[in-house]
Ligand binder design. Structure first.
Ligand code: NAP
Length: 299
């Protein structure tokens, strides 16, 4: 059918991304399921097909690699000539944990990765400078570069949607750095260049062991910074492209590999909010942050 909507989901071989593909396909949308690992991505597509969802295709995509992004965009252009829905879901948590010791930072089934708990968290998990660099590269720069590559095709859609999967950990309540908070809250003057500068500043402080001195988060620091940057980027892009609904969403606390299988929600439940935001009506909001199913003014 010529007018069938086409969606692309990043990091969709498992977790929330995979379940997002399932829901989109069940809503009569053509789904391009992407993953950096070809085998895992193909197996995921086969699973959806076996459940009766036939209009799902796989294409490889590593959001860290410009050549991979370019090849994915070419594939969409050649085969579909437009894109209606982009879900930037791929992400990494920027730390490595000792799984045996993990229970010592779980309370009530939830990871206690808050700064009040920093000493305990440090006993269990490691965050190196290189991990921080890679975390920003995947979560923030991956989102930005994939969006940039697909914008020309999104512009050809009659009702384009971009959904950036962020986290409540990107909310400013997790930051004590006053300058950072002021710049991130100043929507009128936010720019991609400003975000770049802030991320460089964070990495420099990370490298020089100045996170505490300068009020950055001390636990899961790069992840929190990357998700705050995604919220800020969404606000910028929502203003810059008025003909596309560009929003970001915290999917909830979901039991996936990223959360070491802790948290109250199943991946299926975690996919609800990203899909709801992807299906917003044409007069829906843009440049906003959704906390699960509700638009939130708390950033
Ligand atoms: P997950 O099951 O670990 O899935 C993460 C996905 O991202 C995997 O498919 C992974 O691929 C992919 N990925 C990582 N680096 C990539 C890269 N460079 N290129 C392409 N794909 C890459 O975790 P999840 O919980 O579903 O996470 C999905 C999104 O939800 C993330 O953005 C996460 O930050 C966000 N989120 C999750 C929670 C939660 O509680 N789980 C809460 C808030 C936000 P591989 O399998 O190849 O590693």
């Amino acid at each position: 059918m010529a007018d069938k909507r086409v969606a692309l989901v990043t990091g969709a071989n498992k977790g929330i991304g995979f379940e997002t593909c399932r829901k989109l396909a069940a809503n009569d949308i053509t789904v391009i399921l992407t993953a950096r690992n070809e085998k895992n991505g193909s197996v995921a597509v086969e699973k959806l097909k076996a459940s009766g969802l036939s209009d799902v295709v796989f294409h490889p995509l590593d959001v860290k690699e410009p050549a991979s992004i370019a090849s994915m965009a070419k594939f969409v252009e050649t085969n579909y000539k437009k894109l209606d829905i982009l879900i930037n879901n791929a992400g990494e948590n920027g730390n490595a944990v000792n799984l045996e010791a993990l229970p010592s930072i779980i309370n009530g089934g939830m990871l206690q990765v808050f700064d009040e708990n920093v000493d305990k968290v440090k006993e269990v998990s490691t965050e190196t400078y290189e991990m921080a660099v890679q975390c920003l590269r995947t979560n923030y720069y991956g989102t930005k570069r994939v969006t940039e590559a697909l914008l020309p095709l999104l512009q050809l859609s009659k009702s384009a949607r971009v959904v950036n999967v962020t986290s409540f950990f990107g909310q400013l309540q997790f930051f004590y750095n006053k300058k950072f908070k002021a710049e991130m809250s100043d929507v009128e003057n936010l720019s991609e260049e400003k975000i770049d500068g802030i991320l460089q500043w964070f990495l420099k402080d990370f490298e020089e062991d100045k996170l505490k001195a300068n009020g950055w988060p001390l636990t899961v620091a790069a992840y929190k910074v990357s998700k705050a940057a995604i919220i800020a980027y969404t606000r910028i892009m929502g203003k810059k492209y008025p003909n596309i609904l560009i929003n970001c969403v915290h999917p909830g606390y979901v039991r996936t590999d990223m959360s070491y299988r802790t948290g109250p929600l199943t991946p299926e439940e975690g996919a609800r909010a990203p899909v709801m935001v992807a299906m917003l009506p044409d007069d829906g909001p843009s440049g906003r942050y959704f906390y699960e199913m509700q638009e939130s003014t708390t950033f």
